[in-house]
Write a protein that binds this ligand. Structure first.
Ligand code: FCB
Length: 454
């Protein structure tokens, strides 16, 4: 049972503040839904390798099959269209189109994305292509991956290939999803691929992501008329756990060393001073020689928002922090603290600090343990409420002048939730992974009515 005050989830009422052409949509990513990991010439990615490391994934699973979206995309596109979605943000599996990461093109892989784009457009759903959702080709990792500055050229060429293949029909592009998660969880904390635990490497990876973003943006702009190029940054609400000075300083340092670490450079301000202090103090900059990263040149800023992170300092040392949900707070199955007012506040703050031309909520959603009941329904009350509260918070931001143009639910389908494997369900559509049967949850019907303003 929810510990939150009651909330009116009426979709017609919640839809009111949004303009008729608001881009309601869904987000997903290649490794989490496609499957067909060894089919039609796809090369291995770092997630294929990482998922096979003993102990890396909660249920020992891989994305080999996932939602089998590679084969079932017509059904999935139909589901999205039936729900009234206006946008679908998906990612390209780099090693599906370039099995070695560079050089020879795998035509069947490219053809899959051609078919997907055509199906979406045919169903009235605008594709938003994300170039990188963490599944780097393994061959490139073997050459140093994102820690190797050559990645800027590899990524720019890859972006140019996609832009020239799909840019006649696809106008909405995203270079990176959550560059902080890829850099830090993958290279410093070791809980995502490639599973490294070295902060100076993570800092170099982040720096190369910013440079690769700039290279890819230029390539897309040169090849696609009227392209809109952006990036998805995950900014959750960061708050000190107590009113102590120590926790306040820790929270400020953490948000600077993590969120502003990407946002400030993207908006042409270089690395933030407080974040630099924190990383330097913690020894993360050893052996690195950070030059000023290039500005981002964004048409829109993508925001992935899920929760409130409370920071409590164990000592005065930078990064000697505990970060997570306040004990006893309302939490999803991820243990994430539900804080919808945080979405409003983050949107207002991003707008005030950086004044991006547009903001799109490129991910928002919640995991709860859902089951298909006897009568065929999935009563995902918790998710429905979570989404309703966040939509209301987005409306508050819109009313306060934030140039918000879209909102994408994470996710259309239950899928492979990285180190949690198949143990966390974020979909508005339930997936029975044994039969691949799709079942609309109550939340999906609610979202359909919201989009239809009913
Ligand atoms: C985000 C990721 C996405 C999914 C959601 C729950 O950090 O971008 O792939 O895992 O969280």
């Amino acid at each position: 049972m929810s510990t939150l005050p009651e909330f009116d989830t009426d979709p017609g009422r919640l839809a009111q503040p949004f303009p008729a052409d608001f881009a309601w949509g869904f987000a997903a990513s290649a490794y989490q839904i496609e499957g067909a990991a060894a089919e039609d010439g796809r090369g291995p990615s770092i997630w294929d390798a990482f998922a096979r490391q003993p102990g890396a994934i909660a249920d020992g699973s891989t994305g080999d099959i996932a939602c089998d979206h590679y084969h079932r995309y017509p059904e999935d596109v139909r589901l999205m269209a039936d729900l009234g979605a206006r946008a679908f943000r998906f990612s390209i599996s780099w090693s599906r189109v370039l099995p070695m990461g560079t050089g020879a093109i795998n035509q069947p892989g490219l053809d899959f994305y051609q078919r997907l784009v055509d199906a979406l457009l045919g169903a009235g759903v605008q594709p938003l292509i994300n170039l990188f959702h963490w599944d780097l080709p393994q061959t490139l990792q073997d050459r140093g991956g994102f820690a190797n500055p050559q990645v800027v050229g590899w990524f720019t060429d890859y972006a140019a290939l996609l832009a020239s293949s799909l840019g006649d029909r696809v106008k909405n592009w995203m270079t990176f999803n959550e560059p902080a998660v890829f850099a830090f969880l993958g290279h410093a904390q070791g809980i995502h691929a490639p599973g490294l635990r070295d902060w100076p490497t993570a800092i170099r990876v982040a720096d190369n992501e910013l440079r690769a973003h700039a290279g890819a943006t230029q390539a897309i702009r040169a090849l696609v008329d009227d392209a809109k190029v952006g990036v998805a940054i995950d900014v959750n609400q960061v708050a000190p756990a107590t009113s102590s000075e120590r926790d306040r300083v820790a929270a400020d340092k953490w948000s600077s060393a993590r969120d502003a670490w990407f946002l400030d450079p993207l908006f042409g301000r270089g690395y933030p001073a407080l974040g630099l202090d924190a990383h330097r103090e913690a020894g993360h900059l050893e052996g690195t020689d950070l030059a000023e990263p290039p500005a981002g040149d964004l048409d829109y800023l993508g925001l992935n928002y899920y929760r409130r992170d409370s920071v409590s300092a164990r000592s005065d040392r930078a990064f000697d922090w505990e970060i997570g949900a306040v004990p006893g707070s309302e939490q999803t199955q991820m243990g994430w603290h539900v804080a919808s007012d945080g979405l409003r506040d983050v949107l207002l703050e991003l707008n005030q600090t950086y004044a991006p031309p547009e903001i799109v909520v490129t991910e928002n959603g919640a995991a709860y343990p859902d089951t298909v009941e006897q009568d065929g329904r999935v009563r995902d009350v918790g998710r429905l409420e979570y989404l309703a509260r966040h939509v209301a918070a987005a409306a508050d931001a819109l009313r306060a002048g934030v140039p918000l143009t879209g909102y994408h639910v994470w996710s259309i389908l239950d899928n492979y939730e990285w180190s949690f494997g198949y143990t966390r369900r974020f979909g508005l559509v339930h997936v029975d992974f044994a039969s691949q049967r799709r079942t609309l949850k109550d939340g999906a019907r609610w979202y359909q009515r919201l989009i239809a303003r009913e």
